[in-house]
Ligand binder design. Sequence first.
Ligand code: CA
Ligand code: CA
Length: 183
Amino acid sequence: MDALSEAVQDVAYNGNMHQDGITVYEVKDAIKPIILNGTLNYSTGILRLRASEILDLTPFAKVNLNSILIVNNTGDANLALTGANFTTSDDYQITIQLTEYQRARSVEKSSTPGGDGVPVVVDARQGALADIGENTHVDTFDVFIVETSDTTRPLPIAVHINYENGIVKITRMNRLTSMGLVH
Ligand SMILES: [Ca+2]
Ligand SMILES: [Ca+2]
């Protein structure tokens, strides 16, 4: 580091002399990020988790969605977010687009219509997320989630009728198509 003259003063108001090449001792970031809370919108299937500091979400390999679970009771192991998409920009929050299966299974566990009356919580197991200093968070269970009901009607976009066997097949449109998301 270089310091120009008069950058700092002593108690007698004497300024420093110009000085170049001052050694800087660095202390690494050793504080682990903390997963604080989140929101889950059952219309869009978007889960947002907020952390105590900016998360390293680039490249996407830094994130392990297998270790983030939406659960009824903390410790349940049946709904990991494997295969969901998420935003890839370093931020205080991670925005996760659930798969349709994960969204529907979450509604069943929720306090919203179609659910069991008690809100879901999230278990974020150690190593799922990391800060910019590459510290991963520790096991964080029972993360509080604010839920928003599914108020969107299903959107059938293609109906196939097989007149030979009478089978009607309806293919539903994906609700969100583009958010800059990756696997
Ligand atoms: Ca940190
Ligand atoms: Ca529940």
